[in-house]
Design a binder for this molecule. Structure first.
Ligand code: HEM
Length: 179
């Protein structure tokens, strides 16, 4: 099955995908720094924001898929289709986007000298919470793939709001920098 092929080893394994995303991001960022010099900060910030948009798009859509998946009968063709959609969304979009957001975000913090800023500490705490939600969603994708999910649609409707609330607070912190 497609889902099984994606979780098997080789170049499509999660570790290989993560390593490829990491190497490509670091190489591209390093090339920007060498070629553009001081102007690289804004280019890297732009790529950071693009990665964040991809990460958030996935984090907002995945629990929606869980809601529809709960309503599909286990073993049905519809349920199998949701398994493929969830697995691909997680592995092809959400995981690499999170990795790129973290690498470039930490580079921005280091280059911009933000590690001692209180707003950055608050942002970091919320981004760690968002990453924990990401981890929880990854476990849920595995549970749905093995037909082990026992959570009702209502649970996923509530959980769906968590990434939205975290995103709003994070964006206010980084743009307004209130403290
Ligand atoms: C993954 C860990 C992250 C780190 C370490 C990080 C760090 C940073 C840093 C240091 C900046 C530059 C701030 C400046 O130049 O004023 C930045 C910009 C930005 N970040 Fe993040 N960030 C992360 C994740 C996120 C997330 C999850 C969001 C949104 C949900 C986000 C949204 C933004 C936005 C909108 C900007 C542009 C702000 C501006 O130019 O005024 N970041 N980030």
């Amino acid at each position: 099955m497609a889902g099984e092929r994606e979780t098997s080893g080789g170049a499509s394994s999660p570790a290989a995908r993560a390593a490829i995303s990491l190497i490509m991001t670091v190489s591209f960022a390093a090339a920007l720094v060498v070629v553009i010099g001081d102007g690289a900060y804004l280019w890297i910030k732009a790529i950071h924001v693009i990665a964040i948009i991809s990460w958030m798009a996935g984090m907002l859509y995945l629990p929606r898929l869980f809601i529809y998946h709960c309503e599909a009968e286990k073993g049905s063709a519809q349920s199998e289709t949701f398994k493929v959609m969830e697995g691909r969304l997680l592995r092809i979009i959400i995981n690499p986007a999170m990795l790129i957001s973290w690498v470039l975000g930490l580079w921005l913090a280091s280059t911009g000298g933000f590690f001692s800023a209180p707003w950055f500490h608050a942002k970091l705490a919320l981004v760690i919470a968002l990453s924990a939600v990401h981890g929880y969603f990854s476990m849920a994708v595995r549970a749905f793939a093995e037909d082990r999910n026992e959570r009702p649609p209502r649970f996923w409707r509530i959980v769906n709001e968590v990434p939205t609330i975290l995103m709003i607070l994070i964006v206010i912190l980084v743009i307004v920098k209130p403290f």
